[in-house]
Write a protein that binds this ligand. Structure first.
Ligand code: HAM
Length: 426
């Protein structure tokens, strides 16, 4: 027998109201902040040639374990995007827009992660990327935008952590110092950390296993190995954040989960989420990524926020109530013709949010539905009104409408309805 017990796949969710509207509201707040800062929207495909994402790092879980990759019917190896940065760089290389190219985006990303609270296989990100400028002031502006957005949401319980990973040229001497250190402490490292060490010792700094973390805490830091150039750029970013009054902490062990980062890296950690998934978002510079994708040697910087985590943090802090989703007018019509249908359509065509009950319910049942709907007004049409050429207007939430007198219900001539409703709602 065919299966009928379907559930949403592990790590995915059906998001219903009021959460669905709340998520949309969050994106709208971000869109406004991004626009105010001169960013244009970009919409890239949800899937790409797998090669686009392989640059994210041969030692990062996002590529080695979590990629949703498959062969399509045309024999191409495709991957669902695990993030947006690589796609935006691919789009830059393909279209060569004027630089600096400042874009923002939002949408779902996919990682075969271990599902738990705040960690899903399909999750939403929003973020920005700036391609084509080395100016460290852009790093500061990008961080300030993320901070402004989180404040706008109403969040206060989070910490901005910053670091500089230097240029790729700064890496070899640091990596050999780091490798030497970890090798000397191999006995204290997990098997996984030892395997990672062979591929990318930086990632060992990011290990969440307590034994590894204790060793990492004593490891040499990249800050000591920065070139003069990278060190000056990092100073400029810190001075910029100081000048803007954006609080931060420097953590020389912040390496982030993707391999493309150079120079400035940062993360926003929520104080109210579990430590394993307390990152609201993060980002940094990726000065070699555009080139690695076949483009010119254009630098880049950006960040992404997890929409789901930002909403969880908002829950924990009791901010960002869901926006009202009720319609303004509930049409109650008990006549057997198409009058109810026409009435609701007329309201909608006039730009007024309206709804009604179906299935020929009684007046009483329809009034109950009107009440439940939380709409501000009910427009009532029965046989009496129909023959008199009127409709009755009733204030369901008198506090939400501008009533001309203290009568809660009155009749208006049918042609006056739209005008009356508009003035009541204004
Ligand atoms: P990321 O740190 O991998 O960075 O992800 C950014 C944010 O996405 C995380 O801080 C988290 O809030 C959210 N996130 C990641 N994985 C999951 C998951 N499985 N479930 C729920 N939320 C998740 C990036 O993606 C980079 N592209 C950021 C960037 C932009 N760097 C430069 N530009």
């Amino acid at each position: 027998m065919a299966r009928t017990d379907f559930q949403s796949p592990p790590g995915t969710r059906d998001i219903t109201e009021p959460e669905a509207s709340r998520a949309r509201h969050l994106v709208a707040l971000f869109a406004e902040e991004a626009r105010r800062a001169g960013f244009e929207r970009v919409i890239t495909p949800m899937f790409e040639d797998v090669g686009v994402f392989v640059r994210l790092g041969e030692a990062s879980d996002v590529v080695t374990k979590e990629l949703y990759a498959f062969e399509d019917k045309g024999g191409r190896t495709i991957a669902l995007r695990p993030e947006f940065t690589a796609s935006v760089c691919r789009a830059f290389v393909q279209h060569r827009p004027l630089t600096p190219w400042k874009t923002w985006y939002e949408g779902p990303a996919f990682r075969y992660d271990k599902p738990q609270k705040g960690r899903y296989r399909q999750f939403d990100q929003l973020g920005v990327e700036v391609i084509g400028s080395n100016d460290p002031d852009i790093d500061t502006e990008v961080i300030a935008l993320a901070d402004r957005f989180l404040r706008r949401v109403g969040l206060t319980g989070y910490t901005l952590i910053i670091n500089s990973l230097g240029d790729f040229a700064d890496r070899p001497s640091y990596l050999s110092a780091l490798t030497g250190f970890f090798e000397s402490r191999a006995a204290d490292l997990s098997e996984q950390a030892k395997a990672t060490l062979a591929i990318n010792p930086l990632r060992v700094l990011d290990s969440k296993r307590p034994g590894d973390a204790a060793v990492a805490a004593e490891a040499p830091t990249i800050i000591e190995y920065l070139s003069d150039d990278a060190a000056a750029a990092f100073e400029r970013v810190k001075n910029g954040l100081d000048a803007l009054g954006v609080p931060y902490e420097v953590d020389p062990r912040l390496v982030r989960g993707l391999d493309y980062y150079t120079r400035t890296t940062f993360e926003f950690a929520s104080d109210s989420l579990d430590a394993a998934q307390n990152a609201l978002g993060g980002g940094g510079r990726y000065d070699g990524l555009v080139e690695a994708l076949g483009g010119p040697a254009e630098p880049g910087v950006g960040f992404s926020m997890g929409v789901d985590r930002t909403l969880l943090a908002a829950d924990a802090e009791g901010v960002l109530p869901p926006p009202a989703t009720a319609v303004d007018v509930w049409v109650v019509a008990t006549t057997p013709g198409t009058e109810g249908l026409a009435l609701v359509e007329e309201l909608r065509r006039a730009g007024i949010a309206a709804d009604r009950a179906y299935d020929g319910r009684s007046m009483k049942a329809q009034m109950k539905a009107a009440n439940r709907s939380q709409s501000a007004l009910a427009v009532i049409l029965g046989e009496d009104e129909l023959s008199a050429g009127t409709v009755s207007v009733r204030a369901m939430r008198p506090d939400a409408v501008a009533l001309p007198s203290d009568t809660q219900q009155f009749e208006v001539d049918r042609p006056q309805l739209i005008e009356t409703v508009r003035s009541l709602l204004s």
